[in-house]
Design a protein around this ligand. Structure first.
Ligand SMILES: [Zn+2]
Length: 183
C-alpha cells in the first residue's frame, strides 16, 4: 500500500514539476521574443511619466499641459515603439538572440545590469523632460552643477542652440554651449 502511495506521489511530483518547467519555458520564450523589450520599454516609460501627471493634476497652479498634449505624447511614444523600436528589436533578436542562461553567470548578470541601466536611464530621461525642478530631483544630489537635470535641459528645448547634453553639463561647458541661465 505504501509503495502504491509513493508511486502516486512521485507521479504527481513529476507532473507538477513538468508543469512548472513548461511554464518557465513558455515564460522564457516570451522573455526572449522581440515583443518583450518593446513592451517592457513602453511600460517602464509610461510608469515613470505617471507621477508627473499626478503632480500636474494635484498642483494648485493650473498646468499648461493639457489632456490633448498628453494624448499626443502617448500616441507619439506608441508610434515610436512600433515603428522604430520594434524593427530594431527584431533585428537584434535575429542577429543576437537573448540568452537568459543562469549557468553562464556573466551573461546572466550582463543582461540584468543592462536592464537596470535601461530602467535608470528611462527614469532620468523622463525626469529631465518633465519640466519639474523638485527638491528631490537628481540634479540636486550632484554637487557643483555637474548634473544639469530638468532646469538645464528644459532650456535646450526652449532655446535649441544650447544645453545639448541631457544629463551632465561638462560637454556643454567644454564647447561653450552652456546657456547663460544655467551658470
Ligand atoms: Zn531632450
Amino acid at each position: 500500500h505504501w509503495n502504491v502511495n509513493r508511486r502516486q506521489m512521485s507521479r504527481m511530483e513529476i507532473e507538477s514539476t513538468q508543469q512548472l518547467w513548461d511554464f518557465i519555458l513558455g515564460y522564457n520564450a516570451w522573455l526572449r521574443s522581440p515583443f518583450f523589450p518593446v513592451l517592457f520599454s513602453l511600460i517602464v516609460y509610461l510608469t515613470f511619466c505617471l507621477p508627473f501627471v499626478v503632480l500636474d493634476l494635484l498642483s494648485p497652479q493650473k498646468s499648461h499641459i493639457s489632456w490633448t498634449m498628453m494624448w499626443s505624447c502617448l500616441v507619439h511614444s506608441l508610434y515610436n515603439h512600433v515603428v522604430f523600436l520594434f524593427p530594431l528589436t527584431v533585428l537584434h533578436w535575429f542577429w543576437r538572440p537573448a540568452s537568459f542562461m543562469p549557468e553562464v553567470p556573466w551573461l546572466y548578470w550582463t543582461f540584468h545590469l543592462q536592464m537596470l541601466f535601461y530602467v535608470l536611464n528611462s527614469w532620468l530621461s523622463v525626469e529631465d523632460h518633465s519640466g519639474n525642478d523638485l527638491p528631490w530631483s537628481t540634479h540636486r544630489l550632484v554637487p557643483f552643477g555637474l548634473y544639469g537635470g530638468a532646469p538645464h535641459h528644459d532650456l535646450h528645448h526652449l532655446k535649441f542652440k544650447s544645453n545639448y547634453a541631457p544629463y551632465f553639463t561638462h560637454w556643454d561647458r567644454v564647447y561653450g554651449t552652456l546657456h547663460k541661465h544655467s551658470e
